[in-house]
Design a binder for this molecule. Structure first.
Ligand SMILES: [Zn+2]
Length: 434
């Protein structure tokens, strides 16, 4: 079963290669206008698949850029939903009357999958045939990339143990057994396990957080691509039952553990990704939640705060995003209420790009995320989701009860007027307090 899923994923990522030959042939074939139009779509999708595959294979980055890649994959899938591509491809191959090459067989399977999904027996058969022909070892990187991408998109796929971050990195940081654990979890939804915290300058230089995202499925906070419609492109946003943010109000259930952040100073790396200002945090900053360590990977801002306390938002909120060895996510939210100027935010705003673009690394500017936190770390807690597409669930939220001040001018200087997802239904989820 694992092998089969892996093959399917492999084919998704190689679908591009498989039908490439076909799209090249289109000039010699007497194609109808419709086919020509379709072909263009396929070519666009082809490029996207290729780019996604390459970048993912090279990617050992943080969650957000990976999410973007996963979104791209979604867009590619949509391009096939017509079924026309499959029909034409099958017809074209039939005409050739010779045995298909491995790539073409995979491509055919991939297109079949994209069109009919995994439930179509012919899809499975096509992959099995492809498997007989393919070089398994050589494709592992691509399989891992595709698996991780799909997991990030919220698909229930199993990420093979050899694709787990620490296995890929070959690092001995993990405790004995922790390597095996995530792989044994059947159908882990681990978006999270997908990506890696190891930094990846290549990706940053490419502006994975910035303009390169132009290929991603577009979403916004207002209008046709606003939160009410995210579900059309990102099913979890619409159908998920544990979505964030929530309105935090009692009665609360009691938790007895506390949070223990251990953040370190490091080089400031800041990006305007078109949706928020985000600081990418170098390795070394951690938090312990009920004794379990999570790495701080990035933090970013929303205006106004996404979460409400007793029905009211604050001026802004900082979301500090953490990930543990199993790839599970935890977000620590620090609410910012209007008041005195905040000197820590001042440093950030000085270097934050006003417009969307690549990550900026201001020479010699150091930053310690610990300075963003209040002294008191009492919190509210609930299980939620990413608050931006693809809205992946199983994200633990911790909202500090003590708020931190930010001046009115500093709020105004934040380049996004409104970047907060509306409150989501609790669906009976408990909210905890310590
Ligand atoms: Zn956020």
């Amino acid at each position: 079963m694992i092998k089969l899923i892996a093959i399917i994923l492999l084919a998704i990522s190689t679908a591009g290669a498989g039908y490439f030959g076909w799209t090249q042939k289109k000039s010699s074939a007497a194609a109808t206008e419709q086919v020509a139009e379709l072909t263009q779509k396929v070519e666009e999708a082809d490029k996207k698949v290729e780019a996604t595959e390459q970048e993912l294979a090279a990617s050992k980055e943080l969650l957000p850029p990976l999410m973007t890649k996963a979104q791209e994959l979604e867009a590619v899938k949509a391009a096939f939903s017509y079924g026309m591509v499959l029909k034409d491809l099958e017809a074209a191959y039939l005409k050739e009357k010779k045995a298909l090459s491995t790539e073409r067989q995979l491509g055919l399977a991939g297109v079949r999958l994209l069109t009919n999904g995994t439930k179509d027996p012919a899809t499975v058969e096509a992959f099995q045939k492809a498997l007989e022909m393919t070089d398994w070892k050589g494709q592992q990187k691509v399989i891992c990339a595709a698996q991780n991408a799909l997991a990030a998109a919220g698909e229930k796929v199993k990420v093979m143990s050899e694709c787990q971050p620490e296995a890929a990195a070959g690092k001995g940081e993990s405790k004995a057994g922790s390597k095996a654990a995530p792989a044994d979890k059947a159908e882990s939804k681990d978006a999270k396990s997908s990506d890696e915290k190891k930094n990846d300058k290549k990706l940053d230089k490419k502006g994975a957080h910035g303009p390169a995202d132009a290929h991603a499925v577009h979403w916004e906070y207002e209008g046709a691509m606003g939160p009410e419609n995210w579900g059309k492109e990102f099913p979890t946003c619409g159908r998920g039952k544990s979505q964030a943010p929530l309105n935090v109000k009692g009665p609360f259930e009691k938790v007895r553990y506390s949070l223990a952040p251990d953040y370190k100073q490091g080089q400031l790396k800041i990006v305007n990704n078109g949706h928020t200002i985000q600081v990418n945090v170098p390795n070394g900053s951690k938090i312990r939640i009920d004794g379990r360590p999570y790495d701080l990977v990035q933090f970013h801002f929303h205006r106004p705060s996404e979460e409400h306390i007793d029905g009211k938002p604050s001026a802004m909120v900082v979301h500090l995003v953490h990930k543990n060895m199993e790839g599970e996510l935890a977000v620590l939210a620090v609410m910012l209420r209007e008041g005195n100027e905040n000197s820590v935010i001042k440093t950030l705003w000085t270097h934050a790009p006003k417009n969307e673009g690549p990550e900026v690394v201001p020479d010699g500017v150091m930053f310690n995320p610990a300075n963003l936190l209040p002294k008191e770390l009492d919190f509210f807690h609930y299980d939620g989701s990413l608050t931006t597409p693809p809205c992946t669930e199983e994200v633990k939220f911790f909202i500090l009860k003590t708020q931190v001040s930010i001046s009115k001018d500093q709020v105004t200087d934040f380049p996004f007027k409104m970047n907060a997802r509306p409150i989501q239904p609790a669906n009976g989820r408990p909210i905890y307090s310590n």
